[in-house]
Design a protein around this ligand. Structure first.
Ligand code: SF4
Ligand code: SF4
Length: 232
């Protein structure tokens, strides 16, 4: 397979594509290099895998979303330093029931203020549910569940700062770099196998086409979680 038609080259040639670059990309590159057998890899594949992170596929987003729960170190930075905890009314009601408190009392205690989008912003800082770890972990709000992947995606799209204070952000992207670099190498060395895998993936996505985007994403996250558990 020629360089011009490799999967990552095609991805990077898509209209509007912006490469992932700068200090964050260098750290991710270093992490990926630490974990790859460099003697067996082409540096160009690894560099391309980093730059191409400017565009992520749905299955890759689902993969890092599933992986973040597994590798989060529970360092607490996002709970003690983050000043923008946003909860829905239902999420807060669930937390109130879990804490055996009333919704009103809890809302007052955590100084939750309504926002225009009908969610609430918790103005008490650090997060009032942080007690040497998250005291509501099983039912933590969606914004907490999606951190840091949601912030990484915004940063890649140019919509916010990269969450570099979270110690797993670089690891999540390094995982994708390794996967992409290995696939790139395989696309040269065994194009038939790559084609077979791509056809299988296309068939599977076709089977999921009846689902809504949210249902499909949930399905993909579960699929990755199950595979990660099996690999443990
Ligand atoms: S900052 Fe990152 S590693 Fe630390 S608790 Fe939050 S998600 Fe986990
Ligand atoms: S609800 Fe839990 S996970 Fe979310 S910020 Fe508070 S302590 Fe952290």
């Amino acid at each position: 397979m020629s360089e011009e038609t490799s999967p990552l080259t095609r991805l990077m040639q898509a209209e509007g594509f912006k490469p992932f670059s700068g200090p964050d990309a260098f750290r991710v590159l270093a992490k990926a290099k630490e974990r790859l057998n460099l003697e067996k890899m082409e540096m160009d594949d690894i560099l391309k895998a980093v730059s191409s992170l400017g565009s992520l596929m749905e299955t890759e987003i689902a993969l890092i979303y599933a992986l973040q729960d597994q590798i989060c170190t529970r360092c607490g930075w996002c709970c003690t330093e983050n000043t923008s905890l946003r909860v829905s009314k239902d999420e807060l009601k669930n937390i109130a029931a879990f804490k055996k408190s009333s919704y009103k009392k809890l809302k007052k205690r955590i100084r939750a203020r309504p926002r225009k989008d009908r969610t609430l912003r918790v103005t008490r800082h650090p997060c009032p549910f942080y007690e040497d770890g998250c005291s509501v972990y099983q039912i933590r709000p969606g914004v907490c569940r999606s951190y840091p992947t949601s912030k990484i995606l915004s940063a890649l799209a140019g919509g916010g700062p990269y969450p570099d204070k979270c110690e797993i952000s670089d690891d999540l992207l390094a995982e994708l770099v390794i996967k992409r670099a290995l696939e790139e190498k395989m696309s040269r060395e065994n194009p038939e196998l790559i084609k077979e895998l791509a056809d299988k993936k296309r068939d599977e996505m076709g089977r999921l086409s009846q689902m809504t985007q949210a249902q499909r994403f949930q399905y993909l996250v579960k699929h990755h979680r199950d595979r990660l558990k099996q690999a443990e």
